[in-house]
Write a protein that binds this ligand. Structure first.
Ligand SMILES: *[C@@H]1O[C@H](CO)[C@@H](O)[C@H](O)[C@H]1NC(C)=O
Ligand SMILES: *[C@@H]1O[C@H](CO)[C@@H](O)[C@H](O)[C@H]1NC(C)=O
Length: 497
């Protein structure tokens, strides 16, 4: 069975159609600390981050500080930008918490998606932005994502909020099989799933918006930028007509270090679900230099070595590891690496699905210690599904996996007038990842009269015996409604045929 999803994945992965891009390896981190000069300038951030890029990073770092950095932990010495995300932690059964080892720093992709006639503009001095929502703990669209060509017919698929939720992913790494597509799974798989399926760990991924209104920042650090209507490609909203590079961060967390150990993974902001994953960027490029790179780095390899603009500006991985920032005095007692009691800053775990409460910044009185999280919290209801394996054009020695071919918006638009194709495309199910009788190929949730229903579509092989030739291996869809409510969890199961 060839599904719409597969066909589109194949189209997406044709590297020949790739727009220009480069992959900036920020091979070491400058630090791990409760610092967030974008969201909490001048204060101690409520939670810790892993930070990469320019050395001049402190509680209220800005563009001018960064460009004066004497070094960067990224491979191109001209890139003094600051890149940061929450840290992934492992909480042992007794509450002892430690940071999960990060492999290879992080990669910052500069993907140059644009449509006919558009120009991509370099980030100007003072430009900064935030992607993701620290407080988010649920996801209400279908999973896997609806086929992109259908989004334009479903307004809820393309709200800025929902595009943002679809702009992040947690890729289960098993280098022995074909990789999962990027941004396929928008939640952190649970520990059992990781133990069984992800021997090389989890790659956290997040896309930034690439449409821009020309402002350097906005009060929530998000409203001056917007996602194009297909997240990574597509059309910019009229309010944000200008194009900036599409930034995409990848960070590999070696979760397998804790294989077989009882406990739970949780991000440093108290999020065990992954829905609250977020990322920050403060530009630290010289604008002219970045513009030359945007205009001239056309090599489809995406390697910085293949871009003429970067030649003479590339340092070794060993050099990047020498570049660390000075930890502010106020954080001297923090131990965000652990092992420690609980998360750095005593952040409580909030599993949702409600919007997480605000944790006030500046908790310097009680650095790590004192707070013991409750015994491993109950994992929120996350589907563990089969997935459509995808070949990635750029899985390489950097561990990068994003497909860099663009989605052709003009083609996507062609479907608009056509008779509506089946609304939920079914990725091909892998035989073994079934809950019992068949393979789950899709789940989604909807709410009706205050009850949250989870719809699971399970594909069951059926064998039909007829008089003459025996037909085998037909499939039928099998709809299972799992009735849940917030208080009581799973209430019952009904099967539909
Ligand atoms: C899901 O998150 C949103 C915030 O983005 C919140 O308003 C909503 O109540 C949450 N849904 C549930 C079922 O808790
Ligand atoms: C599926 O399960 C069978 C029997 O349990 C096993 O032999 C086979 O290797 C599994 N296949 C995959 C792809 O995991």
């Amino acid at each position: 069975m060839k599904s719409a999803a597969q066909l589109s994945a194949a189209a997406l992965l044709l590297s020949g159609a790739a727009d220009a891009f480069w992959r900036m390896p920020c091979t070491a981190r400058t630090g791990l600390a409760r610092i967030d000069p974008l969201v909490n300038p001048g204060q101690v951030s409520p939670h810790s981050h892993v930070i990469h890029g320019g050395k001049n990073f402190h509680l209220d770092t800005n563009y001018n500080d960064l460009v004066q950095s004497e070094c960067t932990s990224c491979r191109v010495t001209e890139d003094k930008s600051a890149y940061w995300t929450p840290a992934l932690n492992f909480i042992h059964e007794d509450g002892t918490t430690e940071v999960v080892p990060q492999i290879g720093g992080m990669l910052a992709y500069y993907l140059l998606f644009k449509n006919e006639g558009e120009k991509i503009e370099a980030f100007p001095p003072g430009f900064q932005m935030l992607a993701g929502d620290n407080r988010q703990r649920n996801f209400t669209l279908s999973f896997p994502d609806m086929e992109k060509s259908l989004w334009s017919q479903h307004p809820e698929e393309t709200t800025q909020k929902n595009l943002g939720l679809k702009a992040l992913g947690f890729n289960c790494l098993n280098y022995a099989i074909n990789p999962e597509p990027s941004m396929y799974r928008h939640f952190l798989p649970d520990k059992n799933y990781m133990d069984q399926h992800c021997p090389q760990g989890i790659r956290a991924e997040i896309f930034f918006p690439s449409c821009w209104n020309g402002e350097l920042d906005s009060p929530n650090h998000k409203d001056h930028v917007a996602y194009p209507d297909l997240v990574n490609g597509g059309k910019c909203p009229d309010s944000h007509p200008r194009r900036i590079p599409s930034l995409f961060y990848e960070t590999i967390w070696f979760t397998n270090k804790f294989n077989g150990k009882p406990g739970q993974f949780v991000f440093s902001n108290g999020d065990p679900t992954g829905y609250g994953y977020h990322a920050d960027f403060i530009n630290g490029w010289d604008q002219k230099f970045l513009q030359s790179a945007i205009d001239q780095c056309g090599n489809p390899s995406g390697k910085i070595e293949d871009c003429p603009v970067f030649q003479g500006h590339i340092q070794s991985e060993a050099d990047t590891a020498q570049c660390t920032f000075d930890v502010p005095e106020v954080l001297a007692k923090d131990n965000c690496d652990g092992p420690a009691d609980g998360l750095c800053g005593n952040v409580p775990i909030q599993a949702g699905p409600g919007y997480a409460t605000v944790i006030e910044p500046g908790n310097v009185e009680k650095p790590t210690g004192g707070y013991k999280p409750p015994h491993v919290t109950e994992q929120p209801a996350v589907p563990t599904l089969s997935y459509a394996p995808a070949r990635s054009a750029v899985t390489d020695e950097y561990g990068g996996g994003i497909s860099v071919a663009r989605v052709n918006h003009a083609n996507a638009g062609k479907n608009n007038g056509a008779a509506a194709p089946a609304p939920t495309p079914a990725p091909e199910a892998l035989p073994n990842q079934s809950t019992g009788k068949g393979s789950i190929i899709s789940t989604s949730t909807f709410t009706s009269a205050g009850v949250v229903y989870e719809v699971v579509i399970e594909e069951v092989p059926i064998y039909v015996t007829v008089d003459a030739p025996e037909k085998e291996g037909q499939v039928k869809r099998h709809y299972m409604h799992l009735r849940r409510d917030k208080e009581h969890g799973l209430l019952g199961k009904r099967h539909f045929h």
